[in-house]
Design a binder for this molecule. Structure first.
Ligand code: GTB
Length: 215
């Protein structure tokens, strides 16, 4: 059974924004049970964890003699070794993987820039001046993506690891108000969140936060 790592007490307060969520969701989609090792911020920076993750972060994935870091690599590994997250047809499979990369390298950077500023930089003198340009960069990408997801349920045929990755990236915008401007994208995210595997993954990470709050 694989073991993944996650925050002992997630700063998102159980909203499923941390990157273990995408790994949990992938494991749930393919029906693979897993263990979770919870880590404090201090434990993440200790040599024992850095031996698994050079940047001292979560998530990691351990299965037998394989250890992986980077959520994209972990989800791809899970998708390649189980049925359900990548099409069998070679070209369709390559396109689904391209959508994973699009989520991580085209969509995620401007979304992270914006949400990090909203979370941690509100009191900076330049915040009000910078915010519109950060929002506009995200808006451009959302406009482009909405032309795609407005027409079909999923990005390319059946639900795939590309959708899973895209939705976890888009969910970071939940409190930004930007998803309200793109009804097609909001509906796409809602469709994905209604999947039983998403619900199970979400409840599992929420239970961790709730247990940490009680103790
Ligand atoms: N590229 C790596 C991947 O995809 O796996 C990035 C991993 C990463 O950023 N991990 C974060 C981490 O370990 C947790 S998910 N941070 C601790 C550290 O660097 O010391 C990022 C995250 C954290 C909190 C929220 N939140 O509160 O909403 C959202 C996302």
């Amino acid at each position: 059974m694989p073991t993944i790592t996650a925050f002992e007490s997630s700063p998102d307060r159980g909203k499923g924004q941390a990157r273990d969520m995408r790994v949990r969701w992938a494991l749930e989609e393919v029906g693979q049970p897993y263990d979770v090792r919870l880590l404090s911020f201090a434990a993440m920076k200790q040599p024992a964890h850095r031996a698994l993750h050079p940047f001292g972060q979560i998530p990691t994935y351990e299965d037998g003699d394989l250890t992986l870091f980077e959520s994209g690599a972990i989800v791809l590994h899970i998708a390649e070794r189980h049925d359900g997250l990548l099409p069998k047809d070679a070209n369709a499979r390559a396109r689904a993987i391209a959508w994973m990369f699009a989520a991580l390298s085209t969509m995620e950077p401007p979304i992270v820039e914006l949400t990090m500023a909203m979370l941690f930089e509100r009191d900076r003198s330049w915040y009000a001046e910078r915010l519109p340009s950060l929002q506009e960069r995200v808006r451009i990408r959302l406009g482009e993506l909405s032309r795609r997801v407005g027409k079909t349920d999923w990005l390319d045929g059946a639900f795939s690891a590309g959708d899973l990755m895209m939705v976890t990236v888009l969910r970071r915008l939940n409190t930004s108000g930007l998803l309200d401007e793109f009804r097609d994208i909001a509906a796409y995210v809602a469709r994905a969140e209604a999947r039983p595997a998403f619900r199970r993954a979400f409840e599992a990470q929420l239970a961790v936060f709730q247990a940490a709050s009680r103790s």
